[in-house]
Write a protein that binds this ligand. Structure first.
Ligand code: MG
Length: 372
């Protein structure tokens, strides 16, 4: 497998504030534990993944989604003989920068910040959370995570060139992150594509036949299920097929990464960094299946009238609350009001709103919109 490409813990660039070693947990294990014990991690429970909670108790939220990503990523890292602890720490941290209301919230905060010539992006926000906002240690701000975990956070879904994001110049621009970090992005895709099918099925937005019409490999899976379980209920049939689909996608990720690694000629983790492309990849046929799945979900689920309506309502409310705080900064909590003496109000407001859960946002919005 890919043991030679595993990131060697001995080569870690370490923590910003040096700390004595722990007797039985290595630095990546400690990072994983710090993420789990952070407030930002617990808040994931009350943040929308795709489907707004309330309609059903069974939809994913950002916390259960994160656990599914960690499970998939750890399985892949284990089979490939990569560092499972680094992989797990990164999987658990990968969504902690998400604002309330998922991508609608992120897009609206970005729009608000663009009015001031700035922007909002959840991976950068996650970095700010682990470097500053989490206050759990007397000796330093943030969680003081290892360099590789911070780097993996900012390179979660994209690599960047030198000078492209000046605030990220310390994180090896122009180089690929370790293979462990590269796995997270694709494990994330496997997790959400399949989970969104499951949640949409539970919400009666689609049937197994709808998926089969759009995704040829799913049709194949469904035919096998029908041969194995003739007369199975639509629900059992759906779940049998879904499990097989997850398995195919994860297997495609493992096999595709081995193929890419062999083709790259990389013999150690330094070569992984220098390679012009990411080595973590699906096999070509699984990439194709994953793409058709995404197209199907966009059309049938993400842009469906049912979801579009609640998305635009959430975005409008974020914009409204942002504007209220700009006009009445005295309505911000005291700590944030003090912060406006050190940095521009729009940044303070953005960081306040971005940290909110959906439920807390709703409360603050109602208090403020009512008394405007
Ligand atoms: Mg995710």
């Amino acid at each position: 497998m890919l043991a030679p490409l595993r990131f060697p813990l001995s080569e870690s660039r370490g923590r910003t504030y040096p700390e004595p070693p722990h007797p039985y947990r290595n630095p990546f294990q400690r990072d994983r534990d710090r993420v789990i014990h952070s407030r930002a991690f617990r808040r994931l429970e009350a943040k929308t993944q795709v489907f707004t909670p309330g309609l059903s108790d069974h939809f994913r939220n950002r916390l259960t989604h994160t656990i599914e990503v960690a499970q998939i990523a750890r399985t892949a890292a284990g089979v490939l003989q990569l560092d499972e602890d680094l992989t797990e720490a990164l999987a658990l941290a990968h969504d902690i920068g998400h604002p309330p209301f998922s991508h609608a919230g992120e897009a609206e905060l970005n729009r608000q910040m663009q009015r001031f010539g700035e922007g909002f992006e959840h991976n950068l926000n996650a970095l700010h959370i682990v470097e500053e906002f989490e206050q759990r240690h007397a000796r330093f701000p943030g969680l003081n995570l290892t360099f590789e975990v911070r780097e993996g956070i900012v390179k979660h879904s994209r690599d960047f060139a030198p000078g492209e994001s000046p605030e990220l110049d310390a994180y090896l621009p122009g180089l690929r992150p370790p293979l462990e970090a590269q796995l997270i992005d694709l494990a994330d895709e496997v997790a959400y594509n399949t989970a969104d099918l499951d949640d949409a099925f539970a919400a009666n937005m689609l049937t197994a036949e709808d998926i089969a019409d759009a995704v040829p490999c799913y049709r194949e899976i469904l035919e096998t299920v029908d041969t194995q379980f003739p007369g199975a209920s639509p629900r059992d049939r759906f779940h049998e097929a879904l499990r097989d689909l997850i398995d195919r996608l994860v297997t495609g990720l493992i096999e595709g990464t081995v193929l890419e690694a062999n083709a790259s000629g990389a013999t150690n983790s330094a070569d992984v960094r220098l390679h012009p492309r990411r080595i973590a990849a699906f096999t070509p046929s699984v990439r194709e299946a994953n793409q058709s799945l995404k197209r199907f979900l966009h059309k049938t689920v993400y842009y469906s009238p049912a979801l579009a309506e609640s998305r635009s309502r959430s975005a409008a409310r974020i914009g409204e609350l942002f504007q209220i705080f700009l006009e009445y900064p005295e309505r911000l909590p005291e700590a944030y009001q003090e912060e406006t003496e050190r940095q521009p109000s729009h940044r303070v407001i953005c960081s306040y709103i971005s940290g909110m859960t959906d439920t807390f946002f709703q409360r603050v919005y109602e208090q403020n919109a009512a008394s405007k």
